[in-house]
Write a new protein. Structure first.
Ligand code: GLY
Length: 313
């Protein structure tokens, strides 16, 4: 029997309003989600590595203006873009992460370069840019990343004096935008990758959970791969991704029970809204959320594809 391969992705969780979702936008977003999960699955099908599959999947969403990562990232208070990303490979627990990144088209590739080509795990801002330069990364003008939607969002938030996401004319402006992927390859490797623009109107070099190994991203062969999406200030303090892995490791909970316990347990009680994707070493996938929706897709160990948006689907 062939060893199982499997992949799941998310494009952010939070308040996603059916009443404000046009059919055209919905179809566009579903198409990107499907393209993303298929890009990763193609690598797994050609006996590729789990980390490469997650990178391929995340890049599709980073390249789309519809998601808060890469192109389409939200704007900071200073009307700039600062992106965060991380990746972890479960075989030797190798990891790479970057935060406060500007001008890099695919921050997940820079996180991967940190994992593969540096002696470190986590590089930030100017230092990360110097590392990117040394690795031959191209720097794009900020205009590539900025969309009119994000300009309007920032304006609305500045007027209200808040930094979180708020409703405007878009169906998911209260979504904690982040993208991520988890994959299991035919060699039994688990990997997780997460990328984000953070939160609109963020100040002072604010960094969320996405680039933090153990909070936004975690992968451990024989156990689980996790990528999270939610209010970083809560997900960091609850070390959500590693908490889920620890529940499976020590309490012997399965991926479904552990995911639900983490998302609906103390995290929810303290106000931490969001979701996660988790994939175990058998290829079982779990999507968990305590919000009204999470953009998500998967191709399971039987090759079945799902693409969904709302929590009640
Ligand atoms: N979860 C994304 C962030 O808080 O930045």
């Amino acid at each position: 029997m062939q060893p199982p391969i499997s992949i799941a992705i998310h494009g952010g969780a939070g308040t996603i309003l059916r009443s404000k979702m046009s059919e055209q936008l919905k179809q566009e977003m579903l198409a990107v989600l499907e393209a993303s999960v298929r890009a990763g699955y193609e690598i797994l099908q050609s006996n590729g590595d789990a980390a490469d599959a997650t990178i391929a999947a995340v890049k599709v969403m980073e390249n789309s203006p519809h998601f808060n990562a890469g192109k389409g990232s939200v704007l900071t208070h200073e009307e700039s873009i600062e992106m965060d990303a991380s990746i972890m490979h479960g075989k030797a627990l190798n990891a790479g992460a970057v935060a406060g990144i500007k001008g890099i088209k695919n921050p997940i590739e820079l996180a991967n370069a940190v994992m593969l080509n540096s002696d470190h795990v986590f590089l930030i801002a100017d230092g990360a840019h110097r590392f990117a330069d040394s690795q031959g990364f191209e720097f794009l003008d900020e205009e590539y990343f900025v969309t009119e939607r994000r300009r309007q969002q920032l304006q609305s938030m500045k007027e209200k004096g808040i930094f979180a996401l708020s409703e405007s004319k878009y169906p998911d402006d209260k979504k904690f935008g982040t993208v991520g992927a988890v994959a299991l390859d035919c060699f039994g490797n688990l990997a997780a990758a997460t990328s984000t623009g953070g939160v609109t109107n963020k100040k002072f070099g604010r960094v969320g959970d996405s680039p933090i190994i153990g909070a936004g991203t975690f992968a451990e062969n024989g156990n689980v791969a996790v990528s999270t999406t939610g209010v970083g200030e809560y997900f960091i303090r609850k070390t959500v991704a590693s908490d889920l892995a620890a529940r499976m490791r020590y309490l012997k909970e399965d991926v479904h029970v552990a995911s639900e316990q983490v998302i609906h347990g103390e995290l929810e009680a303290m106000g931490g809204e969001g979701g996660l994707i988790a994939l175990d070493s058998k290829g079982d996938i779990h999507f968990a959320m305590n919000s009204s929706g999470m953009y998500r897709a998967s191709i399971d160990a039987q090759g079945a594809i799902t693409v969904k948006i709302y929590a009640d689907e």
